[in-house]
Ligand binder design. Structure first.
Ligand code: URA
Length: 481
């Protein structure tokens, strides 16, 4: 019996090196024991992976498969992979045979690992644990050992933050520049929902001491002498001053993940498009299932889906275009700059936001990177159509009497037809009943449109019209007299 000891539970390189050698030496799969434990199999001579003389090639798809399967928690993963490698020499088309029991098992494991990565991307929630320097931490228990594989996504999404993700398998920390991996944290110490911040601080201090991006570095990147000529520079002092408050508000506003029961049902239904015949039965379910939506490709670059939020049976529903940068991070609609314009206009119109339901035509943030910033991109018609399924689900469940389309994308999503806002805004239109009851539509400007108008007079005129449209919608919905 050959006993191979790998250096960690996810030691793909070690497995590959050892597997190559064993195969070159003609060692059959059932004559090999794979272990990670230091003192198991003391009686047998234990070897650590060492390279084989001759090289041989396997299909790249097998290498991809093996890289994922190694992250699965199953104790059989290394031996299964070696058995597949061994058989590949004799059955070169094995990898294309989904009915083969070894291949089927490996593919299932690969899928489970991909799901675990996706769930980690969608459900990690950072909390502010230090204000000086501003530092975030998150606790997460992934279904498989995917922490390192999932981490680069967070480094891309939260480039400007200093954060640590703690899991029982490994902790990963980002200081604005590099990702560092350290030993897993003890699940027995996992903080409960109302865990003290102090506990996080202790964790954090014991793991990582970051040199973080701060105001000094921000000033270095954009020296003060250039501020005068940059339109956005006047925002800097305020941004610096309010950064902590905004971060705290963002973290406080972050919705808690849906209950496990709802999440499981949603994942089960959403998988493989099972929702085609089987509709979500609650807004919680819509919110959870949207996290695994694959109806278009926008999920790939977004932090999470941002479902609608508000009163479950609100008489008035607002539909925006898509989440922006801040909404994407917070998981809530209209919390960024456009949200502030919207909120102020609602107040002026006398419409209570907490008695309305606010959502978007498209649930994932479409953007492109520019340096460290993520620049909004308008969703195309195909994406709006794909995402209409979720909007329709929300409409069926909320059954609003009045829907306000904020901008042209929202109007397209609600009616299925493209029309300039100028042609339809400011008056009630009748919508056909699509299962959510009779509803009227009011089309108006998107709040960002008001932010973009360069001329002060035109901006003021449009803002007054916008407030008037919201008031009309509030009256139609009988939220104001
Ligand atoms: N713009 C939108 O259309 N929706 C949001 O949630 C934020 C900005």
């Amino acid at each position: 019996m050959r006993v191979v000891r790998l250096s960690s539970e996810i030691d793909f390189d070690g497995w590959r090196t050892a597997a190559r050698r064993l195969r070159a030496e003609g060692v059959a799969p059932d004559a090999v024991l794979w272990t990670v434990e230091a003192d198991l199999f003391e009686a047998a001579p234990v070897e650590t992976p060492s390279p084989a003389a001759g090289a041989f090639t396997v299909p790249p798809a097998f290498v991809d498969l093996a890289r994922s399967v190694v992250l699965h928690r199953s104790g059989e993963r290394f031996s299964l992979l070696y058995r597949l490698l061994w058989r590949l020499e004799r059955e070169p088309r094995l990898i294309e045979n989904p009915a083969d029991p070894d291949m089927a098992r490996a593919r299932d494991m690969q899928k489970a690992v991909a799901r675990a990565i996706h769930k980690m991307h969608a459900f990690v929630r950072f909390r502010l644990v230090e204000t000086e320097p501003e530092t975030y931490a998150a606790w997460f228990e992934p279904a498989h050992r995917v922490t390192e594989a999932a981490a680069p996504f967070f480094a891309r999404r939260f480039t400007n933050m200093t954060w640590t993700i703690l899991t029982p398998d490994a902790c990963v920390a980002w200081d604005g520049q590099t990702l560092k991996v350290s030993e897993g944290a003890d699940p027995a110490d996992a903080p409960s929902e109302d865990a003290q911040e102090e506990l996080w601080r202790t964790y954090y201090a014991s793991i990582f001491n970051p040199a973080r991006l701060n105001e000094r570095m921000m000033r270095q990147e954009m020296p003060k002498r250039y501020w005068r000529n940059l339109p956005e520079a006047r925002l800097i002092p305020e941004l610096v001053e309010t950064a902590q408050a905004r971060a705290a508000a963002m973290v406080a506003a972050t919705p808690s993940p849906p209950p496990d029961r709802v999440l499981k049902a949603a994942l089960r239904h959403a998988r493989d498009g099972a929702y085609n015949g089987d509709l979500p039965t609650s807004l919680d379910e819509v919110a959870a299932a949207a996290q695994v939506c694959r109806r278009c490709a926008l999920w790939r670059d977004a932090t999470q889906a941002v479902p609608g939020q508000g009163a479950a049976h609100a008489p008035l529903m607002f539909v925006g275009e898509q989440p922006g940068d801040q909404e994407d991070l917070a998981g809530l609609p209209f919390v960024g700059p456009a949200g502030q314009v919207f909120e102020a206009a609602l107040k002026e119109a006398g419409v209570p936001r907490d008695r309305t339901f606010v959502t978007n035509a498209v649930k994932h943030f479409k953007h492109e990177p520019r340096g460290k910033r993520r620049i909004h991109k308008t969703p195309d018609r195909g994406e709006v159509t794909a995402c209409r399924w979720w909007l329709d689900a929300e409409r069926r469940l909320v059954r609003p009497r009045v829907i306000v389309a904020l901008g042209a994308t929202a109007a397209l999503a609600v009616t299925g037809k493209a029309a300039p806002v100028g042609e339809s805004r400011g008056r009630p239109l009748q919508l056909p009943d699509q299962g959510g009851g009779q509803a009227q539509l009011v089309v108006t400007y998107h709040p960002s449109f008001l932010l973009r108008l360069p001329d002060a007079d035109a901006r003021e005129r449009a803002r007054a019209e916008f407030v008037g449209d919201l008031r009309l919608a509030g009256e139609l919905a009988k939220l104001i007299d």
